[in-house]
Design a protein around this ligand. Structure first.
Ligand code: NDP
Length: 282
């Protein structure tokens, strides 16, 4: 893998711009798949309590023989644990499952504005505790909309380091990205290849053919040139290597613009709308 750029967060720490996501990686396979990702050169893993596979990620870190400082680990608070005491207990459990004293990045997974009396602010204040005591190197949010970010800015003292949101060529999510940029919050683009849905788009395949690259590489390169962080998921070691080989070519401004123009607005979403999503696992 050609070297992955590190981006600097608003708290001064750095994050590798490319990582590997383990959503929908079966828990029993996660250690092996994560080891394959390390083998392919990935050093940044994105997991979550909701994915049920933090233990597999922890096992892979230990078995990899990599130094702790050489891996970047993100996990996220599950939706049932927004109340401060629950968040504290759930965070401890994540550290235990991962076998770590510290995660590099801890996120609120969903804002759930229609749950918990709309109070994601006390949840955020609890993450601020984890950053203050050093057990989370950086803290951030996921799926926060513009009004949710504005509320954190008005009512708390810490700006999230990142906002992890759905972004891909069919759903540019530009308003939320712009609000993040204005506030110094880096965007992490989830489902960066729209779970495969953009890979046979004629605009993307034409650019890929022209450059001698694959549609996935072209799409991931588009994200990277826009300054976002990506962590595509695949179970295949070959695709892991393919998805990581995106730092030795560049898209022209016209190609970036053509891919950006594929945005279908709200109709392009693959996941739920965070303003109404209210699912709490039983
Ligand atoms: P992706 O956009 O990464 O797409 C994954 C799918 O694309 C899989 O079906 C995979 O299949 C296929 N794929 C991967 N690479 C290639 C390739 N080179 N060619 C063809 N097909 C390919 O979707 P995800 O939803 O997994 O998003 C990535 C990560 O984002 C997640 O793992 C998670 O970490 C994060 N995420 C966060 C969310 C949040 O709410 N914060 C929500 C959703 C995702 P196969 O495995 O068979 O190769």
């Amino acid at each position: 893998m050609t070297s992955v750029p590190n981006l600097t967060l608003n708290d001064g720490h750095t994050i590798p711009q490319l990582g590997f996501g383990v959503f929908q990686v079966p828990p029993a396979d996660t250690a092996k798949v994560t080891l394959d990702a390390f083998e392919a050169g990935y050093r940044h893993i994105d997991t979550a309590q909701m994915y049920g596979n933090e233990e597999g990620v922890g096992k892979a870190i230990r078995e990899s023989g990599l130094a702790r400082d050489d891996v970047y680990i993100t996990t996220k608070l599950n939706n049932g644990f927004h109340r401060p005491d629950d968040a504290r207990a759930a965070f401890e459990t994540s550290l235990e499952k991962l076998g770590l004293d510290q995660v590099d990045l801890f996120l609120i997974h969903w804002p759930l504005p229609t749950q918990y009396d709309g109070d994601f602010v006390s949840t955020w204040n609890t993450l601020i505790e984890f950053a203050a005591d050093g057990r989370a190197r950086s803290i951030g949010v996921s799926n926060f909309q513009v009004d949710h970010l504005a509320r954190l800015a008005a009512e708390t003292s810490v700006v999230p380091a990142v906002n992890q949101i759905e972004v891909h060529p069919y759903f540019g999510n530009e308003t939320v990205r712009a609000a993040g940029e204005a506030a110094g919050i880096l965007t992490e683009a989830w489902s960066p290849i729209a779970q495969g849905a953009v890979l046979d788009d004629p605009t993307i395949t034409a650019i890929a053919d022209k450059l001698g690259r694959t549609p996935s590489q072209v799409t991931l390169r588009w994200h990277v040139q826009r300054g976002d962080i990506v962590f595509p998921k695949t179970l295949s070691p070959e695709r892991m290597r393919e998805n990581a080989a995106i730092f030795d070519f560049e898209l022209g401004a016209d190609d970036v613009a053509a891919i950006t123009a594929l945005d279908k607005g709200e109709g392009g979403r693959r996941g739920p709308n965070p303003s109404t999503f209210d699912w709490i696992p039983s």
